[in-house]
Write a protein that binds this ligand. Structure first.
Ligand code: OXD
Length: 306
């Protein structure tokens, strides 16, 4: 079996070495233009040239959870596209979102300011029942996040395209229940895949439906959020703040208003990083199953977009 690795912005050697160690019978190399055709590819955001030069691919294994960059390419219909199910990301995502919620609800950002000016002051605890958390997207990551938040006794709501049953989470399904979900939410967490249907999903209309003092946590893709609409609702006081990890353009351009907005906390797309060892083990497991003709999890439905 020949495997080619092509990871834009990703150091290839550690991935190639780890894949070789896990799949000793395969020939694994970093892709170079003009290379002979491989049977499978392990990729992150490859160029179209890569796809065009690899006519024998049976499977493409994406080393991230989101396949939006990959689905922009022209990929022959018979090539299976597989995403990482977790790769160590779910626990990181859960801790990141719980941290963002805790920081906001417990006013830890204000305490940090107080301490910086030498003030020892208490704030009245805010009842968590007043901060219902709505998680958009209940895939592997969204489900783990919703469950983690529920552990801290927040009311948790989930919204997904198809019905999902997650213990401790009040479920809303499809476009028909979207507005009810938003109206019942104060802290909105976006963990949706980016598709034509979900692009710009957080805009003036939808964010206005959140409860007053709403808070937005975007850990999915920058294009889910209309930047100007968020800023207007923060400035009008309807929204209390936002924690943003992803942006329309990354790195976030110098001078973008998000850098300095007092109600926005930004991080550089780091909420959940792919952990190499776990991902390689998962890819190797899936490849072995595929070679044995067994079904594998995480195959992307191209029509659905994830
Ligand atoms: C991913 C990401 O999709 O890192 O895995 O954003």
């Amino acid at each position: 079996m020949r495997i080619t690795f092509c990871g834009t912005g990703t150091k290839a050697d550690p991935w190639v070495d780890a894949l070789r160690a896990e799949l000793p019978h395969a020939s694994v190399t970093e892709w170079k233009p003009g290379d002979p055709p491989a049977d499978h590819a392990v990729v992150w955001s490859p160029p179209q040239q890569f796809i065009d030069e690899q006519p024998a691919l049976k499977g493409i294994f994406n080393i991230g959870a989101g396949v939006d960059a990959l689905l922009k390419l022209r990929i022959p219909a018979d090539v299976m596209i597989v995403r990482i199910d977790d790769g160590g990301m779910a626990a990181q995502m859960a801790e990141f979102v719980v941290h963002a919620i805790t920081r906001h609800v417990r006013e830890l950002d204000r305490y940090e300011e107080d301490i910086r000016r030498g003030a020892w002051e208490f704030r009245k605890p805010r009842p968590r029942e007043e901060f219902p958390v709505g998680v958009m997207g209940l895939g592997v990551l969204g489900k783990r996040v919703a469950q983690a938040v529920a552990q801290f006794d927040y009311p948790v709501l989930g919204w997904s395209r198809t019905p999902k049953d997650v213990a401790g989470v009040r479920s809303f399904t499809g476009p028909g229940q979207f507005d009810d979900f938003l109206r019942a939410t104060r802290i909105l967490v976006c963990l949706l895949p980016l598709t034509d249907e979900t692009r710009d999903v957080m805009n003036t209309r939808t964010l206005s439906l959140l409860q007053p003092g709403g808070y937005v946590i975007n850990v999915a893709r920058g294009a889910h959020l209309v930047d100007e609409d968020l800023i207007a609702l923060l400035d009008s006081g309807h929204l209390a703040g936002a924690a943003l990890d992803v942006f329309r353009t990354e790195p976030l351009p110098a001078g973008h208003p998000f850098w300095k907005h007092p109600k926005i906390t930004i991080t550089p797309h780091t909420s959940a990083r792919t952990l190499r060892d776990e991902s390689v083990m998962q890819i190797a497991r899936k490849l072995r199953a595929f070679e044995r003709g067994e079904p594998i999890a995480g195959v992307v439905d191209r029509l659905r977009g994830y």
